[in-house]
Design a protein around this ligand. Structure first.
Ligand SMILES: *Cc1c(COP(=O)(O)O)cnc(C)c1O
Length: 433
């Protein structure tokens, strides 16, 4: 019988080290690995035999993290990278050729939007068509013969958009293209996109998976559920003889793990954004407590959202756990254990009141991150989205009075007390204005 999620979060991918008995996953702090003999070396170099050659491609500590993430997301394999953005780069390098297109949700993490809008077309000739993924007809219409994938986030910030993964998966399947879901904000504990038909799942492990603000990292989970053979002409990196390995064909050699192997053998080997084994170790430690942390994160977020909704100094609260929210029904379907722990709310008094609020918070740390055990806050309009025009800010849902919270796992009474005193300080500014 397959073990349950919380058991796999602690055990998947590792049993005590046979040589030393080490219970915890060792940090294999080595750049290279000794071969048995010349033939063993030749076979490993040619990918005829699996084994560690050089840590840019594989490392035993990283492999444990990869197996654990594949297990938690329900994939056949995974690749960890130096950051979430590096994971995105590797997926596109494997699936999109220069001059080709992809569909991207209009509501994505700001750094991702920038990568897609500026760096990808300018440096790689990969072109995004930004679409409102809630409009499934618009998604369908945007697909061209050159479109190779659809990219969305299970749960997006700011805006609190929850993607209809099942609906997008059907469109991708009909068109014979890949559905990639960034599952960073939900984590596999709250949502597992592959179960809804997504083909590839991406993570910035920097956030909830690590959970303690100690290590950058990214991951690509290969669902093993895309028929590369049927759509071979569209994905030559995986389905044609590859010059980097003397004509090796990833699909023929590795079957439904073609993408996961390619991400290592080409992506990491040729582009180089490898995760440090020490970072993998820290993230593995974080994942051991993912379930209990997420339970507390969502419980605190729900209580806080309800408290804010009733607060006289609060204009609006955008949290899908609230029955009044547009995405409430979708949250129940895709995130049955809770609607995440990152959300925005609007403070009365606009831009200045919002700035006063964040200046007065003491328990909350003001910084550009999410998914930490600590409660975090940012005022998007003056920071993460401060460089955008007012029109663009509005288009991505960043209002001047909006405050983004990443609710931590401290005692909810302390979280509420801190916000209460800061809201009172903001009220004075709102009144004076
Ligand atoms: C942070 C984040 C990323 C980028 O990940 P890094 O680890 O910072 O490179 C991508 N997507 C989402 C949803 C994120 O929150």
């Amino acid at each position: 019988m397959t073990q349950k999620f919380d058991t796999r979060a602690i055990h998947a991918g590792y049993s005590p080290d046979a040589a030393t008995g080490a219970r915890q996953v060792p940090i294999y702090q080595t750049s290279a690995y000794v071969f048995d003999d010349a033939q063993d070396a030749a076979d490993k170099f040619a990918l005829k035999k699996f084994g560690n050659v050089y840590s840019r491609l594989t490392n035993p500590t990283n492999s444990v993290l990869e197996e654990r993430l594949a297990s938690l997301e329900g994939g056949v394999g995974a690749t960890v990278t130096a950051s979430g953005h590096a994971a995105q780069l590797l997926v596109f390098q494997a699936l999109v050729q220069p001059g080709e297109r992809f569909i991207a949700s209009k509501r994505l993490y700001g750094g991702t939007t920038d990568q897609f809008q500026n760096t990808f077309p300018m440096s790689f000739d990969w072109h995004a068509d930004f679409v409102d993924v809630d409009d499934l007809d618009a998604v369908k219409k945007a697909i061209t013969p050159k479109t190779k994938l659809i990219y969305a986030e299970s749960l997006a910030n700011p805006g609190g958009v929850i993607s209809d993964i099942e609906g997008l998966a059907k469109i991708a399947a009909d068109a014979g293209i890949v559905l990639v879901i960034d599952n960073t904000m939900a984590s596999p504990y709250l949502c597992r996109p592959i179960e809804w038909g997504a083909h590839v799942v991406l993570h910035s492990t920097t956030k909830f998976l690590n959970g303690n603000c100690t290590a950058m990292g990214g991951a690509i989970i290969d669902g093993g559920n895309f028929d590369w053979k049927k759509h071979a002409a569209k994905y030559p990196e995986l389905t044609k003889p590859h010059p980097s390995y003397n004509g090796l064909n990833f699909l023929e050699s590795f079957g439904n793990m073609a993408l996961a192997v390619h991400n290592h053998a080409i992506g990491l080997r040729a582009l180089g954004p490898t995760q440090s084994p020490f970072h993998s170790f820290l993230t593995l430690n974080g994942i051991e407590t993912l379930g209990v942390r997420m339970d507390r994160h969502v419980q605190n977020a729900q209580k806080l959202a309800e408290w804010l909704e009733a607060h006289p100094q609060v204009e609006w609260v955008n949290y899908a756990g609230l029955p009044s929210n547009t995405y409430h029904a979708r949250a129940k379907k895709y995130l049955p254990k809770g609607a995440g722990a990152v959300f925005t709310f609007g403070v009365k008094g606009g831009f200045e009141a919002a700035k006063t609020l964040v200046d007065n918070l003491q328990l909350f740390s003001m910084l550009a991150n999410i998914g930490d055990t600590r409660s975090l806050v940012i005022h998007p309009s003056s920071t993460t989205h401060g460089q955008l025009s007012e029109v663009h800010k509005k288009a991505v849902g960043v209002l001047p009075e909006a405050i983004r919270l990443s609710v931590g796992i401290e005692d909810i009474a302390d979280i509420i007390a801190d916000l209460d005193q800061a809201l009172n300080a903001a009220a004075k500014v709102a009144k004076a204005a």
